[in-house]
Design a protein. Structure first.
Length: 192
């Protein structure tokens, strides 16, 4: 009997791995495809809402609720990076975005204000949800971008920063919480 229970459990797990809206090492049925760029691209195109040409997901990256994640052209999701979206909180990444290893994009947050209710039962804050990253952005290694933030064109997020609010275009932010460190000078000649 144990043998048949084990087979049934394994079959159920295989079906889940095949159909789930996740990419990562916790889904071994498909994770191996990330080691081969052409297979990784097909996996991403099948699972993500959008996946642009020239983009790549590297092994050991995690993407949760993939059908609510859009990735533009020429973006690489590096190892140990986590993109966690929700149905009411999509993640949209523009073209030519540099994302360092270990970056976390968390697009929703739990409610916690009801004292008499377990936090796990309070649901998510849908007023401050989603993450939008414009094109030509650089997010340094181990940075964390939290729910409800928009990162403007040509912005830079310093490594290990925690972004809790919108980042204006052409700015460099860093720290915990991230604050503007400087603005990037630009002229019309540089904006081609």
């Amino acid at each position: 009997m144990f043998f048949f229970d084990t087979i049934a459990s394994f079959t159920k797990r295989l079906r889940y791995w095949h159909s789930c809206n996740r990419i990562g090492p916790d889904v071994p049925l498909t994770h191996w495809k990330l080691y081969f760029p052409s297979l990784g691209k097909k996996l991403a195109q099948a699972k993500l809402k959008a996946f642009g040409n020239g983009s790549e997901i590297r092994p050991y990256a995690y993407l949760v609720n993939t059908n609510h994640i859009s990735i533009g052209r020429n973006v690489t999701i590096r190892p140990n990076t986590m993109l966690m979206a929700a149905s009411f909180a999509p993640i949209d990444i523009g073209d030519d975005v540099l994302i360092g290893s270990g970056v976390h994009l968390i697009s929703s947050n739990h409610n916690f204000d009801k004292i008499g209710t377990l936090i796990s039962e309070q649901g998510h804050d849908q007023d401050r949800a989603g993450i939008s990253i414009a094109s030509n952005v650089w997010i340094g290694a181990n940075a964390i971008v939290l729910a409800g933030t928009k990162i403007g064109h040509h912005a830079v997020i310093a490594a290990a920063s925690v972004v809790t609010k919108d980042v204006p275009p052409y700015s460099v932010v860093g720290g915990i919480p991230a604050r503007i460190l400087r603005n990037i000078e630009h002229s019309s000649a540089q904006l081609s």
